[in-house]
Write a protein that binds this ligand. Structure first.
Ligand code: NBG
Length: 834
């Protein structure tokens, strides 16, 4: 036993840190000196940022520790969110807002001759995710904390997150993300916690002294997982949860034998190999299969998180209570190994019999599916899986054997169904189907929007939905209004508060109360002023950082999201090319001045996506050179779309492009963020667009395109894009212009592969929907010309976004899936709900 002092002579809770500007100023100078060994005069902006971050971090520790204590001491069920990705966004501004100390901090900085906005601006975000899925995890962490629900998010502390995107000669260039280089002051490393992670090797089977068969896994190599915690403050509550990110370290710093044999470099090899596991985030390339390191990452995350859960609970109770202590949510199939790992821990390590362990596993786990795209549904080749995880292979096969027995009993003689449902795909090279594993191993499966959940039940997991209908449910995604309204759009926030008072940021349905003000001309005017100011702010930033000039009086038409053929950025670009052509031909009657803002990263190996970016920049350059066209049109590709840049773009958008082929976008969340900031949507009936349109009303949503069922039917009948071109000579001419170098005169055949793909297969029905899209865009233009009508629609959009708060989504999960409740955290001095 380590010696514990009975008391330290003081209670940390009694150490009050001043929240006034004088105390903050004092502590800032102190941090600068004692933490960073810097003093005014030599300190850089990064030093100032770090010093301030430490000052702020000190001030959130009470909340964090008090919450942890409340949850630990009580009998509560906690949510464990397992996600391979988190896109947390910049922390400083957010934490200042949640602590409610922005003003004194601003004053303190000003008294020191510093500008708080510059320091906020300076922060680099941890880009530990690819896109919507990672940002959803971050929004959920925000809502869990705000709703006072005990939760820990477990993830991977990638040393290099998603690449930074630069545009050079019009092409995407990937730069290594260095988020840790300036220092990440928010995290705290928990020394003393570490978990051993095995890989490879073999298993042994024996009978123990009680006559029970026991399996033992003897891994070939082991690494250590060590945790780094980042606090997640709730808004308008004293509660704080945290994100626990795991880093891989070598189990022994040096392999001593090799070292003594004089092989110094060889000795360090093992260390390097271990640490590689958490080196880098995988970009979601077209085809993620076959990447051993990725499977290592997934297992590493899962075992660290689950061992940690068990470690904690065993301090108070026994292993059989695991399902009562934890509701574990699998964010997609990346952590689906939790099924086999829980079984291994229960059966092999804790000696629980298989049936009990299986019941405990199923009661603990639930799974969210985030895509129906076949290439994104994870499978792992069995040879790779079994060489890396021999014991888990035995467990999967045993789960599968028992599961298929059940299927056989339910559907005797239905061999087709057996092979469709098996956890192992036996067609060609055998592989493990992770979505099946996650579905069988948990008690709930959900899609992320009503349409997506229906399609999930009817297509990808149809047999499972038939067999276990009670397991399937929908939880439509949501986004946090704290970051995406309050922090991103302070102008709109204070306008809303002005008319409906405080409290709506934690009760977003109250936004309905602004709807009547759409009829109030002076409110409309103020609302427009806010939008204009946001557009001006974006314009200043574009000019200052990218040398791009835009005119805020134009309609800002925005599409920002990962670049993917199913999201159809090229449909957007065909519309631009069509407008350009009409301007050249002198047909300008219903063309309104527009700036198209396109942003998003393409996976480095996804060639077509990169070519789409090149087409955007090429069209942009061509138009910018044309003195006539540039009066009406601008195309700007905004580099490096990430959370920080998103926060600048959303508030400035007039029109939100949500134009994926129906049935392909599981939900979308940018659609919600843009509408919350007053953009009107032009979109298909896909993902959450369907529900957004229901909420907003058909008048204030520009709908076009086929339904998901019509898309399926069109493809089934044998869709021929050439037929479309034969019927639409105008579209054929535009494709011809692109093919023959109108936008790439130096290299006329640059876009030939893109045009060819559209003409020959067009898997996402771009050409099929071009005409209806363009017609819909004409309606957009007409509406834009009626400023008052546009503003009414814009207000109506904001007013209708209550449902799309991630608070609502988290309440749905808590009630339907997790069965967890709010736990009030005691906050002496009261920083409770306002
Ligand atoms: C993405 C979907 C989006 C959805 C987010 C969050 C993956 C695998 N899926 O439509 O494409 O909004 O998940 O649910 O990244």
């Amino acid at each position: 036993m380590t010696k514990q002092p009975r008391a330290y002579g003081m209670n940390p809770d009694d150490i009050a840190l001043g929240l006034d500007s004088a105390s903050i100023r004092h502590d800032f100078v102190e941090k600068l000196f004692f933490e960073l060994a810097k003093f005014p005069g030599v300190a850089t902006r990064n030093d100032h940022y770090l010093a301030l971050a430490y000052v702020v971090r000190d001030r959130l520790l009470h909340r964090w520790v008090r919450s942890a204590r409340t949850f630990f001491e009580g009998e509560h069920r906690a949510v464990i969110y397992l996600s391979a990705e988190y896109l947390m966004g910049p922390q400083l501004g957010h934490n200042l807002m949640n602590l409610g100390i922005e003003q004194p901090v601003r004053d303190a900085m000003e008294e020191l001759g510093l500008d708080l906005d510059e320091l906020i601006e300076h922060e680099e975000e941890p880009g530990l995710g690819n896109g919507g899925l990672g940002r959803l995890a971050a929004c959920f962490m925000d809502s869990l904390a705000t709703l006072d629900m005990p939760a820990v998010g477990h993830g991977i502390r990638y040393e290099f997150g998603i690449f930074d995107q630069e545009i050079r000669d019009g092409w995407q260039v990937e730069k290594t993300d260095m988020w840790l280089r300036p220092g990440f002051p928010w995290e705290i490393r928990r020394y003393g916690i570490e978990h051993v992670v095995g890989f490879g090797g073999r298993t042994e089977h024996a009978v123990d002294d009680k006559g029970i068969p026991r399996a033992r896994w003897i891994p070939e190599r082991v690494v250590k997982g060590v945790p780094f915690d980042t606090p997640v403050l709730g808004y308008a509550t004293g509660n704080a949860n945290f994100l626990r990110l795991w880093r891989a370290e070598a189990d022994q710093e040096f392999n001593l034998d090799a070292f003594q044999a004089g092989e110094y470099f060889g000795a360090v090899d093992a260390k390097i190999r271990s640490e590689n596991i958490t080196k880098i985030l995988y970009p979601n390339d077209e085809n993620p299969a076959g990447k051993q390191l990725r499977l290592e990452q997934q297992y590493f995350l899962v075992t660290c998180a689950l061992q940690d859960c068990i470690r904690l609970m065993l301090q108070k109770t026994t292993i059989d209570e695991f399902p009562d202590k934890y509701a574990i949510q699998l964010n997609d199939t990346h952590p689906a190994l939790a099924v086999t790992e829980l079984m291994r821990l229960f059966v092999d390590v804790h000696g629980i019999d298989w049936d009990t362990a299986w019941d405990m596993t199923q009661r603990s786990l639930s799974y969210t599916n985030h895509t129906l795209m076949p290439e994104a549904l994870e499978t792992w080749a069995l040879p790779l899986f079994s060489s890396l995880l021999p014991r888990h292979t035995e467990i999967v096969l045993e789960i599968n054997r028992r599961f298929l027995d059940e299927v056989r009993k339910r559907y005797p003689g239905d061999e087709g169904r057996l092979s469709r449902m098996s956890l192992i795909d036996e067609g060609g090279e055998k592989s493990v189907r992770m979505a099946h594993l996650a579905t069988v191993g948990g008690h709930a499966v959900n899609g992320v929007a009503a349409l997506h959940s229906r399609l999930l039940r009817e297509t990808v997991l149809r047999d499972f939905a038939e067999m276990y209908p009670e397991r399937f449910t929908n939880v439509t995604n949501g986004v946090t209004p704290r970051r995406f309204i309050a922090l991103s759009n302070p102008g709109l926030t204070s306008l809303i508060t002005d008319v409906i008072g405080n409290g709506w940021l934690t009760d977003l349905e109250r936004l309905h109360e602004i709807a009547p003000f759409a009829e109030d001309a002076s409110f409309r005017q103020r609302f427009r002023q806010v939008k204009t100011a946001n557009k001006e702010r974006l314009a200043r930033w574009l000019a200052a950082t990218h040398g791009i000039g835009v005119d805020p009086s134009m309609l800002f038409d925005v599409q920002c999201k990962r670049i993917h053929e199913y999201k159809r950025q090229h449909l957007n670009l065909l519309h631009v090319a069509w407008l350009y052509d009409r301007i050249l031909r002198g047909e300008r009657d219903d063309v309104v001045p527009r700036t198209f803002l396109i942003a998003g990263k393409a996976a480095p190996a996804y060639r077509m996506a990169k070519l789409i970016i090149r087409l955007a920049t090429a069209i942009g350059e061509t138009i910018a050179r044309d003195p006539l066209a540039r009066e009406f049109l601008r195309v700007v590709f905004v580099p490096d779309f990430n959370v920080k840049n998103a926060q600048r773009i959303y508030p400035a958008a007039d029109l939100s492009e949500q134009i994926s082929t129906a049935g392909k976008e599981a939900s979308g969340t940018g659609n919600m963020k843009l509408a919350m900031n007053g953009a009107l949507t032009i979109g298909t009936l896909d993902g959450a667009n369907v529900e957004i349109r229901d909420a907003v009303g058909p008048e204030d949503f520009f709908l076009f395109g086929m339904t998901a069922d019509e898309v399926t039917e069109t493809t089934r009948r044998g869709y021929d894009p050439r037929g479309v071109l034969a019927r639409d000579p105008e579209l054929a001419a535009i494709l011809d212009q692109i093919r023959t170098g109108r936008f790439s005169p130096q290299q006329p055949d640059l876009f030939a592969p893109l045009v060819r793909s559209l003409e020959e297969s067009d898997p996402f029905l771009v050409l099929a929907e071009f005409r209806t899209y363009v017609d819909c865009q004409r309606q957009v233009a007409r509406r834009w010309n009626d400023t008052d009508s546009w503003t009414r629609g814009s207000i109506q959009n904001v007013a209708s976004m209550g449902r799309f708060s991630s608070d609502r989504a988290i309440r749905d999960y808590a009630r339907e899936i997790w069965k967890v409740e709010r736990v009030a955290v005691e906050t002496p001095g009261g920083s409770g709900r306002s």
